[in-house]
Design a protein around this ligand. Structure first.
Ligand SMILES: [Zn+2]
Length: 299
């Protein structure tokens, strides 16, 4: 019983789920101490969640992170087959605008998560699904919360795409890029990148830990192939490594070991955490601190 309560406490801190939900999952062994947030069991679901994560990383750079709500997410409800996202107050439209795909001519490609469509906007939930695989994620949003107001000129194109019956040419190009990349990468790389992306989306509490002192962390990616956490004050790199491990980011996947789970200490980065063949870089960088840049602002 003590084990279950401790697990549920961790689950709750990472997800924002209610105590009773978390305790129920601990009792049914859907979450455990070594991985306190359930993984999506289906590879298609993990792939879809990862695409959403990288869309959020792209849309919410450091200076646009709402304080205390990484990527605009206040909490999630996660189990082995589904994921529900609860946006922070006032950020719902921005969150949906970040997830829904649109063609950005200036950027020359798709912003948002390619292949995402909206199937339902009833009951206070938007159901987003992957056109190819049918994987689903729900976002709590009062209908109609269509993101008209967020980015001038974007909403119309986003709306047109999210009702399109098949992939547009740009979306197809975007998605096939990763398939090609996977062919020239180590075995399992894309699958492990999807595990990492899905796990981060399911753990908003972990991102809050990194950002706890200055309210936000700089989270970025090199072309959606890896993830970098950069922060200034507060926790040390070792604290964040421990937090990632405690949160189950490097845990085995449904009993199958993720090969290569290890830490490297690099020169450019404080540490590099392997999640199978995918990589999570940790960069403890005091120079991004608002209080550490007087010379820069004086120039
Ligand atoms: Zn700082």
């Amino acid at each position: 019983m003590r084990y279950e309560k401790q697990t549920a406490k961790l689950t709750r801190a990472l997800t924002g789920m209610s105590h009773s939900q978390a305790l129920h999952m601990a009792r049914t062994r859907d979450c455990e101490r070594r991985n306190p947030v359930p993984d999506a069991h289906c590879a298609h679901q993990r792939a879809f969640e990862a695409r959403l994560t990288f869309a959020l990383i792209d849309a919410f750079p450091d200076n646009l992170q709402p304080p205390g709500a990484p990527w605009g997410i206040a909490a999630v409800r996660a189990d082995t087959t589904s994921l529900d996202i609860l946006p922070a107050a006032g950020i719902c439209d921005d969150l949906l605008a970040a997830l829904l795909p649109y063609h950005d001519r200036a950027y020359g490609g798709i912003r948002g998560a390619s292949g995402t469509r909206v199937t339902n906007t009833d009951d206070g939930w938007w159901t987003l699904h992957d056109l190819d695989t049918g994987a689903q994620v729900r976002v709590a949003a009062p209908a109609p919360a269509i993101p008209h107001r967020t980015r001038p000129g974007v909403a119309t194109r986003a709306c047109r795409l999210i009702t399109a019956p098949r992939l547009t040419r740009e979306e197809h190009r975007d998605l096939s890029y990763f398939e090609r990349l996977a062919q020239s990468s180590p075995d399992g790389w894309l699958e492990h990148r999807n595990v990492l992306g899905s796990r981060l989306l399911r753990r908003p509490g972990l991102i809050r830990t990194i950002a706890e002192v200055h309210g936000s962390a700089n989270i970025y990616s090199h072309s959606s192939t890896d993830v970098v956490f950069e922060w200034c004050c507060g926790p040390s790199s070792d604290d964040i490594i421990r937090a990632c491990r405690r949160a189950g980011v490097t845990a085995d996947l449904a009993g199958h070991p993720l090969p290569g789970t290890a830490i490297d200490r690099g020169s450019d980065f404080s540490a590099r955490l392997h999640v199978g063949r995918a990589e999570l870089y940790l960069r403890h960088n005091k120079w991004i601190c608002p209080g550490e840049q007087p010379e820069l602002s004086a120039q």
